[in-house]
Design a protein around this ligand. Structure first.
Ligand code: GLN
Length: 277
């Protein structure tokens, strides 16, 4: 006997018994290729059998732990909708603080040279480029697969003032100097138990972990950045909530001034920045 047809609201109610309510919405909206808001206006509509089957399959994978952004292939960041896949970190809302602090140091209508190191999906570089159309943004990544995603995201969002380069940290910058260098590098300590939890289990290890104390990538960036900054240029780094003291010391030792740490909405140390005279 055929299964009784279900409605959108019934399918969502059933899914919510197993996974987060927002995740259920995002997965069904993805299956139906509609915005999430459409679901609420069509709660009583019948869900066709093939759509119901595809929704069930995604529900199973989500219940088994796969990140919802990898299942839908997309994540909102800033004002952008970004493609993501297993080659890229999933952009986090905390990282918008890094974008805000960068924008505060980039005057609206002036040209500026900006570099985003380890761009992943391109989230930071593309958000800055969107807000500062006169800036020229270089986005780097060591991963060819991540760069392919980032290039696609520039196209998808119609952003043409970002250029992509493959390479490790500042090594991808050649001899050039920038007004502002920004990065959300990997900063988790290798062996940290969090790496075995939640979305982190599915994200690229190279985007998450960096050495015994998590600071290897940050040390490399801080050491090399002064040679790639113009006079009065800024370096802004995202890091873990327990790393503010250590990152400030690294910046001061490398000759940065006006070194400070900004806190995220949860009042945790999140971004440390400094200026080269
Ligand atoms: N810059 C990207 C982001 O913030 C990727 C960061 C990373 O992979 N560590 O989303």
């Amino acid at each position: 006997m055929d299964a009784v047809p279900t409605t959108i609201s019934n399918a969502l109610a059933r899914a919510r018994q197993r996974i987060d309510a927002t995740d259920a919405d995002l997965l069904l909206a993805h299956v139906l290729q509609r915005p999430r808001s459409w679901l609420f206006a069509h709660a009583g509509d019948t869900l066709e059998a093939d759509a119901a089957a595809r929704f069930d399959a995604l529900l199973e994978r989500r219940a088994a732990g796969e990140p919802v952004a990898y299942l839908t292939g997309s994540r909102g960041f800033w004002t952008l909708e970004l493609d993501v896949n297993a080659a890229t970190l999933i952009p986090r809302p905390e990282t918008e603080l890094l974008v805000e602090l960068a924008l505060a140091r980039l005057p609206m209508d002036e040209p500026a040279r900006v570099a985003d190191l380890g761009t992943g999906s391109g989230a930071i570089a593309l958000a800055i480029a969107r807000e500062r159309p006169k800036a020229a943004v270089i986005a780097t990544d060591a991963s060819k697969a991540a760069l392919a995603v980032a290039v696609g995201n520039a196209r998808r969002n119609g952003i043409d003032n970002v250029w992509f380069r493959r390479g490790d940290w500042c090594e991808a910058l050649g001899n050039e100097r920038f007004d502002l260098i920004v990065s959300n590098p990997p900063y988790i300590a290798e062996g940290d138990p969090h790496l075995g939890e939640g979305d982190l289990r599915f994200e690229p290890a190279s985007a998450l972990a960096s050495g015994a104390d998590g600071l290897d990538a940050i040390r490399r960036i801080v050491r090399a950045a002064p040679r790639h900054l113009a006079a009065s240029g800024w370096l802004l780094l995202e890091h873990g909530w327990e790393q503010g003291d250590a990152v400030r010391v690294l910046l001061v030792d490398a000759g940065f001034v006006e070194v400070e740490t900004a806190r995220d909405l949860e009042q945790r140390d999140r971004v440390t920045l400094g200026c080269i005279l």
